[in-house]
Ligand binder design. Sequence first.
Ligand code: PEP
Ligand code: CO
Length: 446
Amino acid sequence: MTQETWSKSSWQKFPALQQPNWPDQAAYGQAVGAIAKLPPLVFAGEIRALKKQLAEAAEGRAFLLQGGDCAEDFSMCTAATIRETLKVILQMSVILTYAGGRQVIKVGRIAGQYAKPRSKDTEIVNGQEIPSYRGDMVNSPEPTLAARQPDPQRMLTGFYLAAATMNLLRAFTRGGYAALQRVHAWNNEFVKRSPQGESYEKLAAQIDQAMNFMRVIGIDTDIPQINEASFFTSHEALLLGYEEALTRQDSTTGLWYDCSGHMLWIGDRTRQLNGAHVEFFRGVGNPIGMKVGPDHDFDQLKRIVARLNPDNEAGRLTLITRFGANHIGKYLPNLLREMKREGCKLVWSCDPMHGNTYTAETGHKTRNFDEIMKEIRLFFEIHRAEGTHPGGVHVELTGEDVTECTGGGHNIVDAHLQQRYWTTCDPRLNAGQSLDLAFQIAELLR
Ligand code: PEP
Ligand code: CO
């Protein structure tokens, strides 16, 4: 199929992988039709502001911090959960901003991260074959045939929960919760309690001094730069019917934007050159992320990059590499060279989670903190050796005190995993592990 004119529904003529088998097509049509009439979740102007910031990250003048749940859980859409996730991302961002001496672009995997690609369509539970869980926007995680039936009404529920989440995020980031002094005070609390605190104290004390200095010379702290935070949303735009329903034409520019979130990414399993996802994304003006794992082909990747970013606009495309600590050395250098040779303007981000998953003896799917950190460290080293910019990190985390990943300051071991293993999908860093990560990335950024 060749590239004809794009429309928000032109993807329908291309093969779309990882779509649920909706049992009732009429009900599906009604659900996406209803969403198409509802107001957008984000606005074109905000999307453009993010793209501008990402253009800075492409040049090494800003750093992208993208994080949140692997899969948001409808039942966890509460003020406390949203607040704790926002809090940990803000805390990480203060550490990274100070250490890196450059703006940190905060993007949550939040307010719409409800659909998951799966390696198999079905699974066998107690001898019965049932559809795989595909995220709360599709079906329910309980392992029964009824719960796993895809239900299009869940897309509407997802839309409303994303709207509620978005609303609270806007309130928290504008209403004083994100004030710098407050966020830094939380960090000091963390350093005091952390078993690794000593190694973080120096940096925390330097931030203290910088803030004292501002106070002494009379910099007014009651200004938006200090009292407010800009925070953007993102998710894997997997369910193309849902994304199409939220794709709107901007009245000021005439351009099309997918208004389900600010930044959207294409997963490692759905980035085929002639697939529906690439077709859909080439026509929307949002900043786009694309995951790249070990299974890739340079020629295909170059053509996908050219199709998604024909004008080579900085900030438009972020390649999120996810090779695993033991494989990044084999894949990343060549990939950077190939893209550099093409002159592609890209933000390079490191997802140190998805290539480092393993099954613990207890049967839990987990990741180890040191392996995660090792991939990030190699990511920085390789970029520096190749003369490209390590532009950001992409992590699965939560503000809750879960026990899903091993290691970190409190050294979670396999035997602890069952204590608070709450994820419905991949294991997330908890708040403490996320801050450990930020302090250790800070050393790499300095
Ligand atoms: C994810 O980010 O949760 C995910 C499924 O990643 P990938 O597409 O890289 O496997
Ligand atoms: Co995941």
